[in-house]
Structure formats: structure tokens, C-alpha cells
Ligand binder design. Structure first.
Ligand code: ZN
Length: 299
């Protein structure tokens, strides 16, 4: 069972104790791994303060990046009477230079903290690529210079990501998929969570294409706030390819319009409410035992 910390209540005490003692106990170390990332996020992003980051119910870190930074995880479980609720794995910042994908994910975490009803089970990773984000000049790739969104296992009908990169992607360094699939600790987090958490849907936030992309055999959301559905196709080794074609889990890819400029608060709210409406619609169809028909709507 995940040991959950509620930093909202504990943060002031924690900061005070850190400033008093140069050596910390093992429990404090667990806090400090999360706090260190939150502190760095707060320094890096104008739209997310350290306090805001720490206000989330981040669990004891289970996973770490190449450079040893904690991969933040926050769970918002379904209510006890709703155990069949859809499970949503929500990922921000798989590309470290897409700042808004992290900042907006934190805004949606704020919304969830205020309004979580237990109708869905959420698992958030707001900063999947902390090493890419938290360096002087942020990078798309991780500390091993691997594009995590090309580092997943490809579906059998797709070429190996490395071959695709050499031939189709013209060896552009931004898209280097790694020497083999799942070579990176950050992509292995998703691989492990797909097996252990068994998400019903995966949502991944990117920028700056300003569209909504979707991989899945069910009816895609037509739009989320200002973002309209435009399916870009799938790349070998990408999360969309892996999640849907290998694991059968629909993947919603939110492409915010700008990497360095936040959407308007109204649009951030509307994207969230549209996403939740789509999830409700999807859950209702499943509850109505129309799963076969649901699957028949091929996008
Ligand atoms: Zn991206």
C-alpha cells in the first residue's frame, strides 16, 4: 500500500525542520526527495510555486530519474462504493522543454484536490522527465539524451524505433529513441504502472501543437476546450503506439498551443471539464453493457 504524505498540512513543519537540522532521518529523506523536486519545479516554472507543488498528496517515491530525482506520484482513489470506476493514468512533462504541460497538469491537480468526488480513480505523474525540465536549459530528452516518447515497446507491425529514427527521423537528436525499448527508468515507470495500476485510459500532456490527438478503438473526444481532435498518426516507440496498439489502452494526447505560455484559466478549466465529461460518457456506455458497440466505433 502506498504511504501517502499530505504536504499541505505538513509542509511548513517540514521546511522548518529541514532548516534546523543538517542530518535528516530516513523518513525525512523520503519527504526531502519529493521536496527537492518541488523546490526545483518552483524555481523553474513561473506558474507553479514550491508551495503549490508541495500541497499535493505525493506518495513516498517509488521511482527515480536517471539523475536520481524522485518521479512525483499523486493518487486520488475512487470512493469505496465505486470500485469499478475508470482509472486514469495522467502524465505531464514527458518532454522536459514543454513547460506548460507540467504547469497545466498542476492546475488540474489543484482542481482535483478541491473537487475529487470519487467517481474516477486518478493517478498523476505531473513531472515524468524531471531531468529534462530541471536543468539550466530544459530539454525534450532525458539525462541520457533519449526521447522518452520514442522509448516504449513498438507494436509488432511497426518498425523498431531505432531503425525508424535512423531512416525516417533522419537521426534528429531530439527524437533519439534509445539503444533499445524501455532502456530508460522514466519510460519503465509507465510500463510498470500499466501492468500494476491497469489504467482504463492514459492522458499525456504535451505542447505546442494546439490539438487533441487520440489512439484508441473507442469514440475519441471531439474537442477539449479550445483543442480540436486531429489524429496525427503514431510513431514507433511512442506512448500512443505502446498504450493502444500493444496494451489496448486508449491514449488521449493533449497538445497545448504553446510550450512557454499558459492557456487562459478559462480554457484550462474547459479542457478539464470536457475531459471529465468524455470520461463520464465513456463510463456510462460501459455500464450500459454496450462494450461491443463501443469497441466497434473505430477511430
Ligand atoms: Zn511533447
Amino acid at each position: 500500500m502506498i504511504f501517502r504524505f499530505f504536504f499541505g498540512a505538513l509542509a511548513p513543519l517540514f521546511w522548518f525542520s529541514l532548516s534546523l537540522f543538517s542530518t535528516v532521518s530516513s523518513a525525512d529523506t523520503l519527504y526531502s526527495d519529493v521536496a527537492r523536486v518541488c523546490q526545483q519545479v518552483g524555481r523553474k516554472l513561473a506558474s507553479v510555486s514550491t508551495k503549490e507543488c508541495l500541497s499535493n498528496p505525493f506518495s513516498k517515491p517509488r521511482y527515480y530519474s536517471v539523475n536520481g530525482r524522485a518521479i512525483l506520484e499523486a493518487s486520488f482513489p475512487a470512493s469505496d462504493d465505486n470500485k469499478d470506476a475508470p482509472r486514469i493514468l495522467f502524465i505531464g512533462g514527458i518532454h522536459g522543454d514543454e513547460y506548460s504541460s507540467v504547469s497545466v497538469t498542476f492546475k488540474w491537480l489543484n482542481t482535483l484536490q478541491r473537487h475529487h468526488s470519487g467517481s474516477f480513480d486518478w493517478h498523476f505523474l505531473p513531472v515524468l522527465n524531471p531531468d529534462g525540465l530541471l536543468q539550466r536549459k530544459s530539454t525534450r530528452v532525458n539525462a541520457n539524451k533519449v526521447d522518452l516518447n520514442r522509448n516504449f515497446l513498438p507494436a509488432p507491425e511497426f518498425p523498431e524505433p531505432l531503425v525508424h529514427w535512423q531512416k525516417q527521423a533522419k537521426k534528429r537528436l531530439r527524437y533519439y529513441p534509445g539503444h533499445e525499448p524501455l532502456s530508460e527508468p522514466e519510460s519503465r515507470v509507465i510500463h510498470e504502472l500499466i501492468d500494476s495500476y491497469k489504467p482504463t485510459v492514459i492522458v499525456s500532456v504535451h505542447a505546442p501543437h494546439g490539438i487533441l490527438d487520440f489512439d484508441g478503438g473507442i469514440q475519441a473526444p471531439r474537442k477539449l476546450g479550445p483543442l480540436h481532435l486531429r489524429q496525427l498518426g503514431t510513431y514507433p516507440g511512442s506512448l500512443g503506439n505502446y498504450g493502444w496498439f500493444m496494451k489496448g489502452i486508449p491514449v488521449v494526447t493533449i497538445e497545448l498551443p504553446y510550450a512557454g505560455i499558459m492557456p487562459k484559466p478559462r480554457d484550462i478549466d474547459k479542457m478539464w471539464t470536457d475531459l471529465v465529461s468524455w470520461l463520464k460518457y465513456k463510463a456510462k456506455r460501459k455500464a450500459g453493457a454496450v462494450a461491443t458497440a463501443d469497441n466497434a466505433v473505430i477511430e
